[in-house]
Ligand binder design. Structure first.
Ligand SMILES: [Mg+2]
Length: 366
């Protein structure tokens, strides 16, 4: 196919969906939330429609409508990276990091989904794929779960064959020993156990808990022990923490320099394809992690991450996050079920393999 395929329309929608947590809330070390907003983008060209999404405020849908839609309309649907560059320029004065980058990510993912559909390929096959499946870890374990819900979730992950699991910690550090003991007992010794403090701890508290997490419960992954704004603190915990405990961060990386600032502060870099500039941005982050010889782990949004991280040579795993697994099953037909501790994109479905369940989502529109 040598001719260009002009993009005809870009449309953004926002849906706010309540959590299924206790009293309608989910909680981690530093935040409590009652709902999650997904911004869904449709891009049409050549008789096909591409779908992209991000998790952010509904304001991103507005930003897409007012700033990005006209920029992308008329561009070549077979050249997503060129449209990505144009969007970055367009947002210069409106603000590229944060919501700006999440808006770009959702449009970029829709553009890649569209190109794959036009070429009748599953998205991961269109990308420079190093693999056809990505290992996953169960993620949830919110700090407001009672122990019964916590262990129930762990047993669901075990039943799904997940050999790696992550819980939120450090909201109330004194409660963590009881929570981790219950989780380890339910999961068994063979499961890799991860913790995520979401930046709740001071440097010295993080060092203390790093030692205890590893020694007492065999934890091997400590995510955002201190705030990701404190790169020196992350590096301190990485370098002085126990040898068997990897420090990870990167979920708030929006632009490539955000990741460049982290590569010498963590053992494993994280990236969220729905925040870091979509597929086009993630390919750049992947190159950065490769240059620094550190692994990359996918943050959240499993339905798109399963395709995107097939193109990351040093991917370690991606996050099978309870909130997004539940929401994506509500929003899309074609989401993937874990198989052998991994997500394997369907080679028989073009693009992301997702169909939006518009009638089911309508009641949540904002
Ligand atoms: Mg996290």
């Amino acid at each position: 196919m040598s001719e260009t395929v002009p993009i005809e329309a870009v449309t953004a929608h926002a849906f706010e969906i309540p959590t299924d947590g206790p009293d309608g809330k989910e909680q981690d070390g530093t935040l409590t939330w009652a709902s999650t907003t997904i911004v869904v983008v449709e891009v049409t060209a050549g008789g096909r429609t591409g779908i992209g999404y991000t998790y952010t405020d509904a304001a991103a849908a507005q930003l897409i409508s007012t700033k990005l839609a006209d920029t992308v309309t008329g561009a070549d649907a077979l050249a997503p990276a060129a449209a990505w560059r144009t969007m970055q320029v367009e947002l210069r004065n409106a603000g590229k990091p944060g919501i700006g980058s999440m808006a770009v990510s959702a449009v970029d993912i829709a553009l890649w989904d569209l190109k794959a559909k036009l070429l009748q390929q599953p998205l991961y096959r269109l990308l420079p794929a190093f693999r056809d499946e990505v290992p996953i870890y169960g993620s949830g374990g919110f700090t407001n779960y009672p122990l019964s819900r916590l262990t129930e979730q762990v047993s669901e992950w075990a039943a799904a064959g997940l050999p790696r699991m992550k819980i939120k910690t450090s909201r109330d550090p004194e409660s963590d020993p009881q929570r981790l003991t219950a989780v380890r007992a339910e999961a068994g010794d063979g499961v890799e156990l991860f913790t995520d403090a979401n930046g709740a701890l001071t440097r010295k508290a993080a060092l203390y808990w790093a030692d205890r997490f590893a020694a007492d419960w065999g934890v091997c992954w400590f995510e955002e022990p201190v705030s990701s704004d404190d790169k020196t603190g992350l590096r301190l915990v990485r370098d002085r923490g126990p040898a068997g405990l990897d420090v990870a961060a990167g979920e708030y990386g929006f632009q490539l320099p955000d990741f460049a600032a982290l590569v010498d502060a963590v053992d494993c870099l994280q990236a969220d394809v729905t925040r870091c500039g979509g597929i086009t941005g993630l390919l750049q982050v992947s190159g950065l992690s490769e240059a620094h010889q550190i692994d990359l782990s996918g943050h959240c949004a499993p339905a798109v991450s399963a395709h995107a991280f097939c193109a990351a040579p040093h991917v370690r795993h991606l996050e099978y996050f309870h909130t997004h697994v539940r929401l994506e099953a509500m929003a899309f037909d074609g989401t993937l079920r874990p198989e052998g501790g991994a997500l394997r994109p369907d080679p028989g479905r073009p693009g992301l393999g997702l169909d939006v369940k518009w009638p089911d989502l309508e009641r949540y529109r904002v």
